[in-house]
Design a protein around this ligand. Structure first.
Ligand code: C5P
Length: 221
């Protein structure tokens, strides 16, 4: 609320997957539910922040007290993020599609007996790296997420340097763990100096609240 640890702060959160159109009825997507990003946005609002949540397509209700901007594609997400800045804290929880079809077909691709045309893919903009690398107007605290299925910590250490963020929250999304789409998460906080703090498995809501308290301390410190 008004006296919370993020009172008066502007916080931007991305959440959910992106959908990258193939034709008018088909798209490339991933298994992100948006639960962790939405939980962070809700916790930040509860801590007194003015929160904008830029969300890909999810089936979750809007978190209370949060301004929600709905987008579909990575490029739309980048534009909405730019429009939502400036902010003191930016948290990139979304599972953005790395690639999109080079050109979405204008009409539904038909099955005509011939071999299907290959789906030419091009790289999407990296929203986190774009914002973290800004010369001016960079949020004071930029947080990335890393969903990995193997050697989680090693990948996270490499990623924090590559992306230029201040903190990376890494989690194991191997299918057996049930994290993607599930309600619980086990996270590792990787700092720029390479140090790692591993939290116990918690509800995503609780992970959101604890992360928000950490962000508030980092901003104050
Ligand atoms: O490289 P990877 O996709 O694993 O990086 C994950 C982090 O980068 C997440 O914080 C995600 O939200 C962000 N990201 C992004 N734009 C992309 C790809 C990833 O903001 N195109």
């Amino acid at each position: 609320g008004p006296g919370g640890s993020l009172a008066g702060r502007r916080v931007l959160v991305t959440s959910g997957p992106t959908h990258e159109p193939i034709d008018p009825v088909r798209y490339i997507a991933n298994r992100s539910s948006g639960r962790q990003g939405h939980a962070i946005a809700e916790a930040a609002a509860a801590a007194g922040a003015a929160v904008t949540l830029v969300s890909g397509p999810v089936s979750l209700p809007d978190p209370p007290g949060v301004a929600v901007v709905r987008v579909e594609t990575a490029r739309e997400m980048l534009a909405a993020v730019e429009a939502a800045l400036p902010a003191e804290v930016a948290i990139f929880t979304a599972a953005v599609a790395d690639f999109r079809p080079a050109e979405a077909r204008g009409s539904k691709i038909k099955k005509d007996g011939a071999a299907p045309a290959p789906l030419g893919l091009v790289e999407n903009p990296d929203i986190l790296a774009t914002i973290a690398g800004r010369a001016s107007g960079r949020p004071a605290l930029v947080v990335g997420f890393a969903a990995e299925t193997d050697t989680v910590i090693d990948h996270a250490r490499a990623k924090i340097a590559r992306k230029g963020c201040d903190l990376l929250v890494a989690n194991d999304v191997s299918p057996a763990g049930g994290v993607m789409g599930g309600t619980r998460n086990t996270v590792h906080l990787v700092s720029r100096d390479g140090s790692v703090e591993t939290w116990p498995t918690l509800d995503k809501d609780e992970v959101g609240r604890r992360l928000v308290e950490r962000f508030a301390r980092m901003l104050a410190g």
